[in-house]
Write a protein that binds this ligand. Structure first.
Ligand SMILES: [Zn+2]
Length: 389
């Protein structure tokens, strides 16, 4: 009996062993899906781990480890990041060798400037903004420079200089110095094996009538958001009221407005980003209403992810603070919230007031306050556009 039992356990192990093998970590993955993004850590606060930025699809990386829903992926010999597993597919061709960076081209068309960087394969990258002086920085991983030729055409208007440094054996740091002081947005992704950076130009005039402004009413549908401490009103319904108020004011000024939603519909935050990237607005404003466990916490706050957009969020906050009874909660940077993650256009998240504070809640319920908020946001946009000259 004992022997028979031993055999049967061994048989069971043989049967389930392939299942374990299937579940094992792939050696390599290739990025896929809509908006894969790299993160610095596995940090799990309310907003998720701090984002390194979006990365294009079809980028192959070595998997070092797996942590819950994340893969720890190797970027270069000394750098790694985390990627959500469902934004990748196993990759079976394991001939991952160091990629060469070849010649670049800098030029412009009627709409934007571009920097095209030829590579012998798609590699992971991250990018960030710098201010004073205004620069776009890109770090390419698993790359060695063979760049001996950077052609620059006079059609490029927003770009002053481009250059690179091989900062580590397999890390290339690219600098794009801008002609204007203000960052106005850029997109980054692959065109075949070339990395293409498209740079938006600061509008030539502060004429808002030539602009398109996207308004995002936070939450909606099954995503209710916070609720009013005494009234029980839902954030999703009131963000929409504020958004529609701003829409009305901008339309009256003959400014083109794009609404992320105009009804009570559920829209995933990543879909809001994809929608905005497709529509390419000149500005993006997202309305939310705040909530805190402490009922005395109150006030208005504006948020940015990228330092290049801080001045925009400060302009809006300054005007909002002119509203009587609205206190300052602050200007918040590096904010890890999906709708303001894109680098493509200047964006600002406005947390108008706290639904968890009775005085703030009373104001939110007042239609005159909502009109005032929308009008002050409009004035803030105007101030900022004027400051760009
Ligand atoms: Zn919210």
């Amino acid at each position: 009996m004992i022997i028979k039992k031993t055999i049967s356990i061994f048989t069971v192990w043989l049967l389930i062993q392939p299942v374990f093998a299937q579940d094992s970590i792939p050696s390599y993955i290739i990025t896929s899906g809509k908006l894969p993004q790299l993160a610095y850590s596995t940090g799990e606060d309310r907003l998720g781990s701090a984002k390194m930025g979006y990365i294009d699809t079809m980028v192959v990386m070595k998997v070092l480890d797996t942590v819950k829903n994340l893969y720890k992926v190797q970027l270069s010999s000394l750098h790694y990041a985390y990627l959500e597993k469902n934004y990748s597919q196993p990759f079976h061709d394991t001939t991952l060798s160091t990629v060469l960076c070849e010649s670049w081209k800098v030029n412009g068309n009627d709409e934007h400037d571009s920097v095209s960087i030829s590579l012998t394969g798609r590699v992971p990258y991250k990018s960030w903004m710098e201010i004073d002086p205004a620069r776009i920085k890109i770090e390419l991983y698993n790359v060695q420079s063979n760049t001996n030729w950077i052609t620059q055409l006079s059609t490029a208007k927003a770009i002053k200089n481009v250059w690179y440094e091989q900062t580590e054996n397999d890390v290339l740091q690219i600098t794009i110095e801008l002609t204007k002081q203000q960052q106005y947005g850029y997109s980054i992704g692959y065109n075949g094996k070339s990395l293409l950076v498209k740079i938006k130009r600061v509008p030539a005039t502060a004429d808002l009538k030539k602009m398109t402004i996207a308004i995002d009413a936070g939450h909606g549908g099954t995503n209710l958001g916070a609720s009013g401490v005494t009234s029980g009103i839902l954030e999703k319904n009131y963000t929409l009221l504020f958004a529609k108020e701003l829409q009305k004011i901008l339309k009256k000024q003959k400014i083109k407005v794009l609404m992320v939603r105009e009804t009570d519909t559920t829209i995933d935050n990543r879909d809001r980003v994809l929608w905005a990237q497709q529509n390419n607005p000149d500005l993006f404003i997202s309305f939310h209403l705040n909530s805190s466990g402490k009922s005395t916490t109150r006030g208005v706050s504006t948020y940015y992810k990228h330092i290049g957009y801080r001045s925009f969020t400060q302009s809006l906050l300054k005007r909002l603070l002119e509203i009587k009874g609205l206190e300052e909660f602050g200007n918040v940077g590096s904010f890890n919230f999906t709708p303001i993650q894109p680098t493509d256009y200047p964006s600002c998240l406005v947390e108008i007031a706290f639904l968890s504070n009775p005085q703030d809640e009373k104001m939110i319920l007042d239609s005159k306050f909502r009109t005032k908020v929308a009008n002050q946001v409009y004035l803030g946009i105007k101030d900022w556009m004027k400051s760009l000259k």
